[in-house]
Design a protein around this ligand. Structure first.
Ligand SMILES: Cc1cc2nc3c(=O)[nH]c(=O)nc-3n(C[C@H](O)[C@H](O)[C@H](O)COP(=O)(O)OP(=O)(O)OC[C@H]3O[C@@H](n4cnc5c(N)ncnc54)[C@H](O)[C@@H]3O)c2cc1C
Length: 401
């Protein structure tokens, strides 16, 4: 080797070594706290996990089975299913899908069918049991990723975008990134926004008939194999027949909060009799879904955040799912969006290593217009469900979708 080549090699080596010695250290791994183990928070944790980023979920419920999750969800190809693909769980989700239960019927008060859409074998919007989907996500995470029985009581801003979390049992932790995935009544939301959910004017009263397909044959026959929507202006009976024969109903009424609040639901039979007065003149097989229930009726006052809910960038904190954009269920998008948000936030954090603020800016820039668009569609659907043109408005809605 001649002297010139040797000198050149030495210079290159010296430069490489010195640049190695002076290069900035890798950014420290940020601590990420997700409040809420709903579908949104779980998807975020899972997408981070598959991308080698760890996070901890703090969940108020004491165990995965503390509360029945109930209900069916149809997951859409354009958002919910994309989120599950990002989580690497799409095939497992398809294995849980319930073929045929996506059938839709619309009827009038006499039970006369105005629309009868059979279930499809396609995977565009398969129905899945919410509890089974949540369990799939829970089992896809390391066992120590979820801290059950941690109900967030309050938060405190620390220096540098960090936050302290204080739980109802008095324990505390702190995080570089705090994600509010804690649903409609989020304890994290006040850090970024003063908005509060408001009552949409529609209340759901939930009833169940165990093995209703055998015991309430006329009702089951009218429902068909999936969901029946019997609606009129201001009211409706939204019933679903499960594969195991159980009948699950949301009795929907446009009533003031005070009207619902005055009913004593601990006296189930009396309460349901009172509600059923709103359905006088309706077909007996439809009224039976209101008057009879094997479980105590559950009341759900449907709330929503403003359609264009958004917030200014606050260091170290963001929201996803219902915490960010609570909307009524009339477009069936809430859970789909929560899953999609979780995946999008996970990808933003992956794509901006060491720069939480850049990740949150990218995530929220897409989140706000997306949420506003679905929230406005949902509000419009809500009007059609119980507006003056019901049930024809609902027929039109399901004919075009
Ligand atoms: C009657 C009804 C029917 C619906 N049907 C559909 C449908 O068909 N399709 C659809 O896409 N969407 C539907 N939705 C909407 C859907 O349920 C929600 O949008 C979805 O569950 C939101 O998910 P999330 O993860 O944001 O919040 P959530 O599912 O509400 O999860 C929040 C989690 O945070 C926990 N939590 C709350 N507070 C705290 C706290 N302080 N500390 C720690 N943990 C806390 C809760 O225990 C919960 O586990 C429906 C909603 C209703 C009411």
């Amino acid at each position: 080797m001649n002297r010139r080549v040797f000198t050149r090699m030495f210079v290159v080596l010296e430069y490489a070594m010195s640049s190695h010695l002076t290069s900035p250290p890798l950014p420290p791994t940020p601590s990420i706290a997700i409040v809420g183990a709903g579908l949104g928070g779980l998807t975020l944790a899972r997408v981070l996990h598959v991308n080698g980023i760890s996070a901890t979920i703090y969940e108020a419920e004491t165990s995965p089975n503390a509360r029945a999750q109930g209900g069916l969800l149809d997951l859409h190809e354009y958002n919910g299913q994309l989120g599950l693909k990002a989580a690497g769980l799409h095939d497992e989700f398809l294995a849980l899908a319930l073929p045929g239960e996506d059938a839709k019927r619309v009827a009038d008060r006499h039970g006369v069918l105005l629309l009868d859409k059979p279930g499809e074998a396609s995977t565009a919007k398969p129905e899945v049991d919410r509890g089974a989907l949540r369990q799939l996500l829970i089992e896809s995470l390391p066992t120590d990723a979820i801290r059950w029985g941690h109900k967030l009581a309050r938060t405190r801003c620390l220096a540098g975008g960090q936050h302290q979390l204080v739980f109802t049992d008095g324990s505390t932790t702190s995080a570089d990134l705090l994600v509010g995935a804690d649903g409609a009544w989020s304890r994290v939301r006040p850090l970024v926004s003063a908005a509060k959910p408001s009552y949409t004017g529609t209340a759901f009263i939930e009833t169940h008939l165990v093995d209703g397909a055998t015991r309430y044959k006329a009702s089951a026959n009218t429902i068909g194999s999936g969901t029946l929507m019997a609606v009129e202006p201001g009211k409706g009976i939204l019933a679903h027949r499960h594969a195991n024969g159980n009948l699950h109903t949301y009795v929907a009424l446009n009533k003031p909060e005070a009207w619902i609040g005055a009913i004593d639901f601990s006296q189930s039979a009396v309460a349901l009799h009172h509600i059923a007065k709103e359905f006088e003149g309706w077909a007996p097989q439809l009224r039976a879904l209101v008057t009879d229930s094997d479980t105590e009726p559950v009341v759900r006052l449907i709330h929503a955040l403003p359609v264009d809910h958004r917030w200014a960038r606050i260091p170290g904190v963001t929201l996803l799912g219902d915490a960010a954009h609570l909307m009524s269920p009339f477009a069936g998008e809430g859970a789909n969006l929560a899953i999609y948000d979780g995946a999008e936030l996970g990808h933003a954090l992956r794509d901006h290593p060491g720069d939480i603020e850049a990740a949150l800016t990218a995530y929220e820039t897409a989140l706000f217009p997306r949420s506003a668009s679905f929230a406005s569609q949902t509000a419009w659907n809500h009007q059609r469900f119980f507006g003056d043109d019901a049930p024809q408005g609902v027929v039109a809605l399901f004919t075009t979708h």
